[in-house]
Design a protein around this ligand. Sequence first.
Ligand code: ADP
Ligand code: ADP
Length: 218
Amino acid sequence: MIELEGLTKRYGEKVAVDQLSFAVRPGIVTGFLGPNGAGKSTTMRMMLGLDRPTAGDVRIDGQHYDHLKDPLKYIGALLDAKAMHGGRTAFNHLLCLAQSNGIPRARVDEVLDTVGLTAVARKKAKGFSLGMGQRLGIAGALLGDPRILMFDEPVNGLDPEGIHWIRNLMKSLASQGRTVFVSSHLMSEMALTADHLVVIGQGRLLADTSMADFIQNN
Ligand code: ADP
Ligand code: ADP
């Protein structure tokens, strides 16, 4: 369970996230919908402890992020999939991540298998397609076997097969009792993925409702 209480982020005069309060529950996929620039990424970065709120609070299972031991085992996230693997092979990227977080090496092979990258594990991630890069990012998010998973616009630019795969993965993670929080600017995507919907616009909360109720009322 993730709880936000009056979460706010200002950049100078600009209010990117404006007093957001909502909870993300385990066992379902919660969609985070809003147009580009609505404040989704900024909110997710604060939920992950990567950005400091101007005001307000995020609690993860009742604890502040700063107080979590082994955060990778609590929360896995897919933010910007491109950047981070440099010139490494997929295997080495994951192994380094595992080693710096006290995660056993055997887990690397497991997550490579889960995301379907075993056959290309010794190839450089730099040469990967967008879809393969996304899978590698997701493998990293799954490495610590976390109870909470957050995905920022995971299907952007993917082909239908990749989109289908990510959607099913999120549903299966939720059905294992995990907390799954996924952002998108597309209602059509959310309708096919999420059980519950949090909608924001210009940093403000517009709706926090079950998908069924949202569809009935909009
Ligand atoms: P979304 O993920 O919904 O597209 P963002 O969280 O990326 O929205 O951005 C929300 C708003 O905050 C936008 O107006 C964006 O320009 C602004 N913003 C985001 N990051 C910064 C930053 N580092 N400095 C200044 N403004 C920012
Ligand atoms: P790079 O320099 O490409 O970032 P490193 O040489 O730092 O990769 O390797 C990252 C980690 O992976 C190190 O802990 C290293 O011991 C381990 N490693 C490197 N090559 C292999 C390999 N072929 N099989 C298993 N582990 C490896």
